[in-house]
Design a protein around this ligand. Sequence first.
Ligand code: SAJ
Length: 420
Amino acid sequence: MQFETISVIGLGYIGLPTAAVFAARKKKVIGVDINQNAVDIINRGEIHIVEPDLDMVVHAAVTEGFLRATTTPEPADAFLIAVPTPFKDGHEPDLSYIESACRAIAPVLRRENLVILESTSPVGATEQMAQWLAEERPDLSFPQSAGEGADIRIAHCPERVLPGHVLQELVQNDRVIGGMTTRCSQAAVDLYKTFVQGDCVVTNARTAEMCKLTENSFRDVNIAFANELSVICDKLDINVWELIGLANRHPRVNILKPGPGVGGHCIAVDPWFIVSKTPEHADLIRTAREVNDRKPGWVIQKVKEAVAKRASARAGANGDVTIACLGLTFKADIDDVRESPALLIAMQLGEIFPGQVIAVEPNIVELPLPARGLLSLAPAEEALAVADVVLLLVDHKEFKALDLARLGADRLVDTRGVFA
Ligand code: SAJ
């Protein structure tokens, strides 16, 4: 199939780079987002998120006329839906953004169109998406009722790129293509082959949905194992970083790294999509989530102990002790604080020790709203000059260059093992 005009719905961390990469291959791309501010920024050839090299690619795509953003969907040959899929109360998946996107594009759908769901989704979401589209367009036929002969082709092709490496991984990673029929899959392969150099591997929509959830749950379980080990090793007076380094010398062992908890909008969210579908069978996946979610509380306890030690060493009250929190983002060298355990920990410390917590975050210029009033933001040198206790929360490259080992275990709580 030939795709000349491609519409990407949702111009966030996944949609915008995907739109830009299609545009760089000289496809006409119409980006759609409900956020007028994001649309205006993109149409100026600028970007509203941080991702290495994305600014250059978007700038070139817009100035050469291949990428344009709008708030209203327009006809296209293919539609890619890349909107958020958060969870609601009780960790139930929230598909309302997908539903809105479907209802918004339905009026402009034409025969032979391909609609791809890229958003990470619970099993069954692609069929649900097809259902919403069919409700809006009774004049067209869809794969769930018309099979291979349907007017509209539908597939789930989950995004799998790592923030910070999005432009390389979009092109180089293999792609899982889950069409609702063989023709749907083939159409999606034709589309992605525009820029994907990895393999486009075909399966059905449900397996593609589960595959993406499995990848992130695998990582979550492995990190939970590392986090559990860090708590056990602390009790047993063993350096967990040395331990993991030694164990990983075994040819079939590869343990990930402990940290202050698991953040971001993917690994901390997606395993719940499996748990919510099959709660009685997802013990390990649920427990891993709980282990990782408990880690911030454990880190706060460690800081309280360090503060108490410093206070008693100086025969003073807790009020005298200043805490520097190094890093607020959910992982190293990015600006994203969504579901960040580092931000959560710093804010809770700000509540426990009012006026005593200084945050250092080289990748943001101002504190996110909920943190204002609880924390002050300062450059690393300023914070370290006055800090009694230093809490390393994110292993940003700027922090690795600091000589913090000299502080010793009593003053440094190193959640990432940078100075272990
Ligand atoms: N983390 C640890 N220890 C580790 C690795 C990570 O504590 O050894 C923490 C990080 O600090 C962070 C969280 O886990 O708080 C998640 O970070 P990440 O780098 O593991 O993953 P994300 O959320 O940036 O991206 C993941 C990727 N999935 C996998 O690697 C299986 C990416 O490929 C997906 O596209 C992305 O989720 C997504 O969008 O789903």
